[in-house]
Write a protein that binds this ligand. Structure first.
Ligand SMILES: [Fe+2]
Ligand SMILES: [Fe+2]
Ligand SMILES: [Fe+2]
Length: 422
C-alpha cells in the first residue's frame, strides 16, 4: 500500500471520533476551528496553525463511550474528565507524528491556576491545552444553549457564552480569554459553527505537513483506533485487535500475498469502527433488541465504509469492513450481497469476526469453548452462509486460531512453527 498522507489519516480519525457523539457530532471539528481562530491572537514559540488545528481536532481521542461524551458536553467540570485525558495522551504518545500534542491533550481539562505552575510541561503545551479547554467549554455551552433554544442559531449565544467564560475565575489564562473575546467578536466566527459550514471549513484546511505515513505508521494508527473502538464496551475488549490478528493469520494460511494479508489486518482492526455510533445501552443490553435497536446495530458496517473510504488507498479495506456481516446466501447485511459478490478477503474477515466474538463473553451469553465455536461455524458453513474452504483452514489450525482469538499467544504461530522447525 502506498504511503498515506498525514491529512488523510487525521481527518479520518476526526470523522471516527464524531461517531461517538451520537446526536452531537462535529464537536472536535468545531473545537479545532475555534482554537485556530483564537490562536491568531496568541503567540506560540514552536506550535504553528497546523499543530493547533490537529491537536484541537483530536483532543477527545480518549473518549469511546457515548455516555462519557454526553457528560463532557453537558457538565462544565466533570470530575471523571481526567480519564479520557490520560487515555488520549497515551494514544497520542504512541504515534510519533502526534506525540508532540500528548501533553496538551493530557491537560485539556486542567484549570489554569493549576496548570500554570506545572514545571514539566512546555509553555506551548500549557497554552495549547488551556486553549483547547476554553473552546471545548465554549462548545459545551453552545450545545446546551441550542438545546434550550432550539429556534436560535449559534450567534444568538454569543453574549451568554462570552459572559460565562469570563465568569470562571482560575479556569483559563487571561490572555486566552482575551483571544477568545477578540476572535468571537466577529459574526462569521459564529456562522462558521453551523453544521452546514463546518465540513467546508475542514475541506479548506491544507494540513500541510508533508509527512507521509509508512505502512507501519498506518498500522500503528489502525491499532490505536482499534483500541479506541474496543474500549467502548468491556464486552468488546480487544475484539477488533484480535479479529485483525486472526484475519491476518487466516489470510496467510490461505496463501494471499503479504500486502493483502497486511491490508486485511487493518480491515480487522477497523471493521467495527461504525460501532462507535451505537449507544452504549444497546451494545450492553442483556435481553433481545427491539426492531429499532436492531437497525441501529445493523448500520455499523455501512458507517465503517463511510468513514474509511475517504482515505485514499483504503477503498478495499472500507469494502471488506463494510461487508463483514454479509453471508454467502444473501441473508447478511447491510447490502444483502450474495456469494459471487463477496471476495475471499471479506469471507476471511467474516469468519475471523464470528470466531473471536463467540470466544468472548457478551452481555446476553457466556463465552464459548473452542469446540462450541467451531461447531457454530460448521453449522453456518453447512447452511451456505460462510466459506467452507476457509473453515477447512480453521479446522487445520484450530489451536492457533483459538490462541489468536483469545490473545493468548503473544508470538505469531507462524513464527513459533518456524522456530520449532529449526
Ligand atoms: Fe475533553
Ligand atoms: Fe460487526
Ligand atoms: Fe466485530
Amino acid at each position: 500500500m502506498p504511503n498515506l498522507l498525514f491529512k488523510n489519516i487525521t481527518l479520518m480519525i476526526s470523522d471516527m471520533m464524531d461517531q461517538v457523539g451520537l446526536d452531537d457530532t462535529q464537536h472536535g471539528k468545531r473545537v479545532a476551528f475555534m482554537a485556530t481562530q483564537c490562536a491568531r491572537y496568541v503567540s506560540f514559540e514552536h506550535f504553528d496553525q497546523v499543530d493547533i488545528f490537529t491537536a484541537a481536532l483530536l483532543h477527545d481521542i480518549g473518549v469511546s463511550c457515548s455516555q462519557e461524551h454526553e457528560l463532557l458536553v453537558t457538565i462544565l467540570d466533570w470530575e471523571k474528565a481526567q480519564t479520557h485525558c490520560l487515555d488520549g495522551a497515551v494514544r497520542m504518545k504512541s504515534l510519533p507524528f502526534y506525540a508532540p500534542y500528548a501533553d496538551a491533550i493530557y491537560y485539556h481539562h486542567t484549570h489554569w491556576q493549576t496548570l500554570a505552575d506545572e514545571q514539566q510541561v512546555s509553555q506551548d503545551s500549557k497554552s495549547l491545552a488551556n486553549l483547547i479547554f476554553l473552546v471545548d467549554r465554549v462548545d459545551a455551552l453552545l450545545f446546551q444553549y441550542l438545546q434550550q433554544n432550539p429556534d436560535d442559531e449559534a450567534i444568538h449565544a454569543r453574549n451568554t457564552i462570552q459572559q460565562n467564560i469570563q465568569s470562571l475565575p482560575g479556569y483559563f489564562a487571561p490572555e486566552l480569554v482575551e483571544a477568545f473575546l477578540k476572535a468571537s467578536a466577529v459574526d462569521a466566527f459564529w456562522f462558521q459553527l453551523d453544521a452546514a459550514h463546518i465540513p467546508r471549513y475542514m475541506n479548506s484546511q491544507t494540513l500541510d505537513r508533508s509527512i507521509e505515513l509508512s505502512p507501519q505508521d498506518v498500522e500503528a494508527v489502525a491499532f490505536i483506533l482499534a483500541a479506541a473502538i474496543d474500549a467502548k464496551s468491556p464486552f468488546t475488549a480487544e475484539h477488533s485487535t484480535l479479529v485483525g490478528e486472526l484475519a491476518y493469520f487466516l489470510a496467510q494460511q490461505f496463501g494471499l500475498p503479504d500486502s493483502r494479508c497486511q491490508q486485511l489486518k487493518l480491515a480487522g482492526y477497523l471493521h467495527d469502527i461504525g460501532k462507535l455510533h451505537i449507544p452504549d445501552s444497546i451494545l450492553e443490553k442483556e435481553g433481545p433488541l427491539t426492531e429499532k435497536e436492531t437497525i441501529a446495530m445493523r448500520r455499523h458496517g455501512f458507517e465503517a465504509r463511510d468513514i474509511l473510504q475517504q482515505v485514499e488507498h483504503f477503498s478495499e479495506i472500507a469494502d471488506w469492513a463494510c461487508h463483514h456481516h454479509e453471508f454467502l446466501d444473501g441473508s447478511g447485511y447491510p447490502y444483502q450481497l450474495t456469494a459471487e459478490q463477496i471476495p475471499t478477503e471479506t469471507r476471511i474477515l467474516t469468519i475471523a469476526d464470528i470466531f473471536q466474538a463467540l470466544a468472548q463473553k457478551r452481555p446476553y451469553r457466556d463465552s464459548m469453548t473452542q469446540q462450541q465455536v467451531i461447531s457454530v461455524l460448521d453449522k453456518l458453513g453447512a447452511e451456505g452462509k460462510v466459506d467452507t474452504i476457509i473453515l477447512e483452514l480453521v479446522h487445520q489450525h484450530a489451536n492457533a486460531c483459538w490462541q489468536l482469538a483469545n490473545g493468548i499467544s503473544a508470538q505469531s504461530p507462524i513464527k513459533s512453527d518456524a522456530i520449532q522447525a529449526k
